[in-house]
Design a protein around this ligand. Structure first.
Ligand SMILES: NC(=O)c1ccc[n+]([C@@H]2O[C@H](COP(=O)([O-])OP(=O)(O)OC[C@H]3O[C@@H](n4cnc5c(N)ncnc54)[C@H](OP(=O)(O)O)[C@@H]3O)[C@@H](O)[C@H]2O)c1
Length: 217
């Protein structure tokens, strides 16, 4: 990976465009792919995320070191997972029944939703992150490193290098990065679990992972 990874984002909605704004402001090259229904995507992106490049799914994956998936969880299967071999893939999605409906196969699956997504392409280096705060908080909360009020974002995944790569980006976006360990620990970050939706410091967020780390030991 080059010194400054290029970033591709699937989903030009609330989260995708907020992350695009943050990443462009931090100096990253950002590509964004929308849904086929978004016919005026160039115009939309020029207005809400200037500097981001609209790309086809194929061109986005080809040009990006890190791919962020920020589409509705129920539409995750429409993203081209087969193209994600060897890519760091950030699962920013949450299973949200008011939007996604109640998905019986997901409800019956004991794995975390990111483990379920990881199985869509086991060769992708999937991490779960950028999902536990609302998009407006991710835009409102960034602070310089060392600020005592700085908030934290966690990253979990089974590839330590992928976790570290995303941690660097989280730091540059203005958050303290918490290494939450393996992907299964992502339960802590899911809706209905302790950290979800909460603006926490690094030590507070780390503490949320302590019980699952202990249980996994
Ligand atoms: N909202 C938040 O504050 C927040 C925070 C953290 C995480 N999340 C999670 O992030 C994900 C996105 O949330 P959001 O609030 O940004 O939703 P959103 O505003 O509805 O945006 C999602 C966008 O993804 C598009 N899309 C669907 N399939 C696609 C595909 N295959 N390729 C590219 N784009 C596709 C959708 O288009 P169509 O409408 O045509 O399907 C829509 O424009 C969800 O899983 C959500 O749970 C949300």
């Amino acid at each position: 990976m080059s010194a400054r990874p290029s970033i591709g984002i699937f989903g030009a909605g609330k989260v995708g465009t907020a992350l695009a704004r943050l990443l462009v402001a931090a100096g990253y090259e950002v590509r964004i792919a929308g849904s086929p229904r978004q016919t005026a995507l160039e115009l939309l992106v020029a207005v809400v995320a200037p500097g981001a490049i609209v790309a086809s799914p194929e061109a986005l994956v080809e040009a990006s070191d890190i791919v962020i998936v920020a589409v509705p969880f129920g539409k995750a299967s429409t993203v081209p997972w087969s193209l994600f071999d060897d890519r760091i893939v950030v699962d920013a999605m949450n299973y949200w029944p008011p939007i996604d409906g109640n998905l019986a196969e997901v409800d019956a699956d004991p794995r975390t939703t990111s483990e379920q997504n990881a199985s869509r392409n086991p060769r992708a280096r999937l991490v779960k992150s950028l999902n536990h705060l609302g998009y407006h908080e991710m835009e409102d909360d960034p602070l310089p490193a060392g600020d005592p009020l700085r908030r934290a974002l966690a990253v979990v995944g089974d590839d330590p290098d992928a976790r570290a790569a995303l941690a660097t980006i989280i730091d540059e976006l203005g958050f303290d990065a918490v290494d939450g360990g393996p992907l299964a620990n992502g339960l802590v970050l899911e809706p209905g679990h302790p950290a979800f939706g909460r603006e926490l410091s690094a030590s507070e967020l780390e503490a949320m992972f302590a019980p699952v780390a202990h249980a996994a030991a």
